[in-house]
Design a protein around this ligand. Structure first.
Ligand SMILES: [Zn+2]
Length: 64
């Protein structure tokens, strides 16, 4: 019997945190935006220090 998790662990997001291009601090995941057409969710990160926003595809991050 296999228990398949329906939600991904939050640690996955922590592992792919980008660094702020402005101050170099790790950015925090603000939200994910679902996209139509079967595209992977868009992850929106924010730097709390300089209010810089960054959006990246979840699939692109995962492929690294
Ligand atoms: Zn910053």
């Amino acid at each position: 019997m296999l228990a398949m998790p329906l939600t991904r662990p939050t640690s996955e997001f922590a592992a792919v945190q980008p660094l702020c291009p402005h101050c170099g601090r790790p950015m925090s995941l603000n939200r994910t935006e679902p996209r139509p057409g079967g595209l992977p969710d868009l992850c929106v990160f924010k730097c709390g220090e300089c209010a810089v926003w960054l959006s990246e595809s979840a699939a692109e991050r995962r492929a690294v």
